[in-house]
Design a protein around this ligand. Structure first.
Ligand SMILES: [Zn+2]
Length: 421
């Protein structure tokens, strides 16, 4: 028997028109015990490496998120105090050790992510000076991103422009109407400029390599297609700013043509190849990646955003195909996280539920949550290297379980395609 990257899905699928009930008490108690376990760990060890992705600041993000969740309001102050400790620890570290440029600017891996969480924490604790200090720091990176020219590639999500935009959208959403109009104006103009720089860069590479798409990007010389370092999340961040699409029709058409090209390479099973070079030599089914980072569970956010912007059924149909693929092959044995784990794939169904209101998807999300409690998963799944982290570990699982209980608001962390900014 070949060893697959996923457990076979033997769970019962949704039967038409059945009612779906999510056992609130059960999941709430699970959420509380997971957070208690994470807190015990984080009090002893706060990693400053790995940023939001696998560092302790990603856990602080989860604690802020949990403290916003009404059924956990009795623990709100405990969670926010813990988040504040983690934030201060990370801030002191960055203040003491002047980080290298890429560590300072990276949203997912570096100090930009710390600034975004600091602002979130400041907003949750009504600490205006914390909000403004972190906002200033985040905005001070704008010029660097405008002219960023890293050898590895300057546009993708983890260290490049797409990540910076991802953080700006998150920040704008938190600030809402609280901030002065001139700050909002500055943000909007700043976003347009970064998207334009990202598009110039994609045009230039596409021309150089004779890409079939008007826009193409590379990261360490690989033409990735998925959410982690690839084309899909870069295009998604361009589409997230609706006024850009309205103001820049030519650039918007390049983005749309690139999205439409992605539709042509969606595999019959609904998945997407991780990178361009794998289109001509696809992986065997055993090695296929059905992860948020690489594959349909990450590309779906772009397709959903395209559907919300252009309202064409083809995008929704492609999303539904992603969902079928994830149902078949998404019970990953790499663990419970959101990057390449079951919670990340469960988020696909919460997205589809928000898009369609079809209870089938909420049911499937619940089944994925259930699977993480089975003996099969507990005994055979791998323990990630960073088991408490946001992207690889339990902090991400907690976000997913909270969203399972509030599906009308559910959104993969920092990937809320429903936010119109
Ligand atoms: Zn991953």
């Amino acid at each position: 028997m070949p060893k697959f990257r996923f457990f076979p899905n033997r769970m019962e699928d949704y039967s038409a028109h059945a009612d779906v009930s999510v056992d609130k008490e059960r999941w709430l108690s699970r959420i509380k015990s997971l957070i208690a376990e994470i807190l015990e760990y984080i009090r002893g060890e706060k990693s400053t490496d790995g940023g939001l992705y696998v560092g302790s600041i990603g856990v602080a993000y989860m604690l802020c998120y949990a403290s916003e969740f009404e059924p956990l309001h009795d623990r709100k102050m405990v969670y926010l105090n813990e988040a504040s400790d983690v934030y201060k620890f990370n801030r002191n570290y960055f203040d003491r050790h002047r980080p290298r440029d890429s560590d300072r600017t990276s949203f997912v891996l570096g100090e930009a992510g710390l600034n975004a969480v600091g602002l979130y924490l400041g907003s949750m604790t009504k600490n205006k000076s914390l909000v403004s200090a972190n906002l200033d720091q985040y905005l001070s990176l704008h010029k660097t991103f405008l002219h960023l020219n890293m050898r590895c590639g300057s546009d993708e999500l983890f260290v490049g422009r797409a990540g910076y935009l991802c953080g700006i959208y998150f920040i704008k959403n938190i600030l809402g109407n609280q901030e002065k109009l001139d700050t909002m104006f500055e943000l909007n103009q700043g976003i347009d400029d970064i998207i334009l720089a990202m598009i110039r860069s994609g045009r230039s590479l596409a021309a150089k390599i004779r890409s079939p798409t008007p826009l193409m990007y590379s990261y360490y010389d690989t033409l990735y297609l998925g959410a982690a370092h690839g084309l899909s999340s870069i295009l998604q961040m361009a589409l997230q700013h609706k006024t850009f699409i309205e103001k820049h029709p030519m650039e918007a058409a390049w983005v749309k043509d690139s999205v439409d090209w992605l539709l042509t390479i969606q595999q019959p099973n609904g998945n997407f190849a991780p990178a361009m070079d794998e289109l001509s030599s696809p992986r065997s089914e055993k090695d296929e990646l059905v992860h948020w980072c690489h594959g349909a569970p990450g590309v779906i956010y772009l397709l959903a955003r395209a559907y919300l912007i252009w309202k064409e059924e083809k995008y929704l149909n492609a999303c539904l195909k992603c969902g079928e693929c994830v149902w078949q092959k998404g019970l990953l044995n790499k663990g419970p996280g959101i990057c390449h784990g079951i919670a990340g794939n469960g988020y696909v169904f919460l997205l589809l539920y928000r898009l369609t209101q079809d209870k089938k998807h909420l049911y499937r999300a619940t089944q994925f949550a259930n699977f993480m409690l089975t003996d099969e998963f507990q005994s055979k799944a791998r323990t990630p290297d960073n088991p408490y982290s946001l992207y690889e570990g339990m902090a991400g699982t907690v976000c997913f379980l909270i969203d399972l209980l509030q599906p009308e608001k559910a959104a993969f962390p920092f990937f809320n395609v429903f936010d119109d900014d």
